[in-house]
Ligand binder design. Structure first.
Ligand SMILES: [Zn+2]
Ligand SMILES: [Zn+2]
Length: 353
């Protein structure tokens, strides 16, 4: 195992108590060595409630922590060394903003794409919220230190032993043009195992600026050896019409995206197989390029996909939309035979990666 991850929140609204937020650390290190906060929709309030029902949420069995007594929510957030944010929509930054003045522990880096940081500066503008973040490495008065995550080939270090590589993905468009979110490959530098986390995204097949294919092409050669866990949104159930998605996925689009990934994986494997003769290699490449859908059966064996960001229907108890969305995705994946395991991320869940 490479990472321990706790789901602080996984909803896509409107329930403000369960918004996108994940805390993780390398599995060989204690929480005290530093936590990465991936998205910050919900935060300390949600953790406090989770600890009320499961006081030992962060006291993992066989865990290398010196701590035996339960942690408090503020203790956990004081151990956060950096935030990693996919885009600045409120459901991904709400608690980051609200808690910026009261975070304990050392100064925390705020990693995001340049545009996302520019968006956050508009929130920390001393009008909507006090200015509690700065670009100055020496400004210890600001708890948050803006740090641009370059969208490039390189991995950036988040905390010792954990690196990230970001990709832009399209998340709809507004009057100003295309609106981007970010997908992250998060790597344990010791084991070289990774997981892939998508902020919100729209389907490439509907996008004016399709970019998710770039993520799948980089992911394909890693699957499933060094990459077998993917977090990706599915905000709406199948009944939602395509013109009402507002930059999000529904089950048909999510499964199509997974099929695109499977095709990329199949291509990599076909190309990687040593050909007996050059002529056969050409033949294989040609057949991969025109792969019928049946060629992707079982290609994603060993991959698990955690579905996140299901939008809730608060007219009914429980999470009826999430349950429906997961069932719809599973049914579609079954038909395609992709081999991928579909799981619902749930608030309060501990996930080992
Ligand atoms: Zn969102
Ligand atoms: Zn969003």
């Amino acid at each position: 195992m490479s990472f321990d991850l706790v789901v602080v929140g996984e909803g896509g609204g409107p329930d403000e108590t369960n918004l996108s937020a994940y805390l993780f650390k390398p599995s060989t290190a204690p929480w005290e060595d530093g936590i990465v906060a991936l998205e910050a929709g919900s935060g300390q309030g949600a953790v406090q409630r989770l600890l009320h029902s499961d006081p030992r949420l962060f006291n993992l069995p066989g865990h290398p922590s010196p701590r035996t007594k339960p942690y408090s929510a503020s203790e956990i957030y004081s151990l956060v060394r950096c935030f990693l944010i996919s885009h600045a929509h409120l459901d991904h930054v709400n608690s980051l903003v609200l808690s910026a003045g009261s975070l304990g522990g050392p100064r925390k880096r705020l990693f995001a794409a340049k545009q996302t940081l520019a968006d956050l500066e508009r929130v920390f503008d001393d009008r909507i919220w006090p200015n509690l973040a700065s670009w100055d490495e020496d400004d210890d008065n600001s708890k948050l230190l803006y740090t641009i995550l370059d969208i490039s080939d390189a991995y950036a270090t988040l905390i010792p032993g954990v690196s990230v590589r970001g990709f832009q993905v399209s998340h709809g468009h507004n009057a100003a043009g295309n609106y981007d979110s970010t997908a992250f490959f998060i790597r344990c530098d010791v084991t070289e195992r990774e997981f892939l986390f998508f902020g919100d995204l729209e389907p490439d097949e509907l996008s004016l600026s399709p970019k998710t294919i770039n993520v799948w092409r980089v992911a394909a050669p890693k699957i499933p050896g060094s990459l077998s866990t993917i977090f990706i949104e599915c905000s709406w159930p199948s009944s939602r019409s395509d013109d009402m998605l507002y930059g999000h996925l529904k089950p048909e689009h999510l499964v199509h995206e997974l099929e695109v990934l499977a095709l990329e994986v199949a291509k990599v494997r076909n190309t990687a197989s040593p050909p007996a003769r050059p002529a056969r290699k050409r033949q294989r490449l040609n057949s991969a390029a025109t792969s019928p859908p049946s060629d992707v059966r079982g290609v994603l064996n060993g991959v698990r996909v955690f579905v996140i960001h299901c939008k809730d229907d608060l007219d009914a108890p429980g999470r009826p939309n999430q349950t429906l969305i997961i069932a719809q995705i599973k049914a579609l994946v079954e038909v395609k035979g992709l081999g991928v395991e579909i799981l619902a991320a749930r608030q309060g869940m501990r996930i080992q990666i």
